[in-house]
Design a protein around this ligand. Sequence first.
Ligand code: LR7
Ligand code: MN
Length: 568
Amino acid sequence: MRRIRANAIAILTVAWILGTFYYLWQDNKPQSSPSSSASQTRGRGHGQKVVSGRLEIHRDDRTIPLIVTQPLRAEQQSQLLGGFDEKAYLAGKQLKPGDDPYRDHAFNQQESDRLGSERAIRDTRHYRCASLSYDTDLPPTSIIITFHNEARSTLLRTIKSVLIRSPPSLIQEIVLIDDFSSDPEDCQLLSEIPKVRCLRNGRREGLIRSRVRGANTASAAILTFLDSHCEVNTDWLQPMIQRVKEDHTRVVSPIIDVISLDNFAYLAASADLRGGFDWSLHFKWEQIPIEQKMARSDPTQPIRTPVIAGGIFVMDKSWFNHLGQYDTHMDIWGGENFELSFRVWMCGGSLEILPCSRVGHVFRKRHPYDFPEGNALTYIKNTRRAAEVWMDEYKQYYYSARPSAQGKAFGSIADRLTLRRKLNCKPFRWFMENVYPELRVPEQEAVSSVLKQGGLCLETRGTDTLGLAECRGIGTNRPQSQRWELIEPLIRQQDLCLAISAFTAGSKVKMEPCNAKEPRQKWKPKGTALQHMVSGLCLDSQTPTGPPIITQCRPQMASQSWEPQIIT
Ligand code: LR7
Ligand code: MN
């Protein structure tokens, strides 16, 4: 009996100690507790998914003090809003009884309207952020918000949260670009608010050209972009302006918290995510690589990110202009965040997420607006432009991941290529090696092509001889004897590979069973020629009727020029 009691006391003591430790540990780790259960995925009509990251489960108020920003007093309210009649503005657009509250905006408009234009939200930063200090002479910024048919209540809440939660001296102006919404008053009426300016597009332009228009009229030296359904959190702006002030080539974003599209709850996002993507150019949040995570002793430090989500960031205006703003041939929505991110990194800048800056955003599951060219085609056009201009030889992986992109129109990219040359930007390979080494290059898949020389094609005859002959068939009707798979270092046709018979100039080239370790079978492209890697000699059709040979490489020599043409 005594033993049982003693055991029970021991177990209780251990449990109590563990409980205390857990409590303290939780308290020390305020905002970044990982919880895999609450991940949120946004579906897109055309197969785009944006994973908004793991959300945190709110701990109860005992373990984390609930720090909220206080609602405004009446006199502050009128000071901030000037003569703007908020009630009339919101009343002007209300749901009618029986309306589907999700129909127009793909979020629950009824909840948003009910919330009012400002509310207290939890300060979701790491507690150490509160003790950081910033320069007292930070430069002011122009806030740029573009929107197309945004709900009045979310748009107004975005603006009011900026006015309430930013030091007034840092807000030079708020530039609204109404991207041809159905009701011009949605924007116009808001210009009654001090500092707010409203520009309306004469036709639908999409968010990319709209932002460029906003940036062009902005009067501050620093630009801050926001989506039209955000709520900025405590001290969101100072950390971003500070980083850009210290180095104007930095482009910085906050951690993007989640505002529920159903009940508008403000939920803290995990603090150890960065922006990434896959080869189909679909954006995703991903964990910071483990080595970087281990090296982070200070949770307030910036997080380097390969790409930004795109909507919420701060950038020096002259740097934005110097780097070529945006690709204004991109339409409506999508892809511009990759284009901007590649450009910033490859042309001498950097991208980071600042954990001490938090902005909430309503993540949606579908686009509530139409795409004049269709949503899939627009995404393809935009991402194709990004891939063609910036991804060099790596664009092949984009095309294999998104085969439907091949052959789709994407307009001229000449201007953007000139820009890239003029800015003397690094190759995409540099980006892969230095910024995003975690992005794996897919296993090389065999691509069939013909090896063309003028109008002739290299073909096999019988089992092991080779020669040039007229190219036959098109597309999938090409004869097997003229199909080649170029998988470095091999040039193969089924199980046989192109091999030299000896390592000296003039030696014949023949077919033999493939063996990637066999030095006689190793080739690599050299301009339009195919060079044997070991001898350094080039594949040459000097005796067109007979088998090809290898000779000294001479650039531009017709008999050494092989043009691989992919068979689709
Ligand atoms: O034709 C249009 N004209 C517009 O002005 C279409 C849209 N817009 C406005 C729209 O009203 C909104 O304010 O553009 C903004 C973005 O459109 P959303 O909110 O419908 O799309 P989104 O939240 O999915 O947008 C994310 O991806 C876009 C890709 O082009 C942009 O980069 C958005 O800025 C980006 N939003 C964010 O990064 C916020 C965080 C979400 C994430 C991840
Ligand atoms: Mn958005």
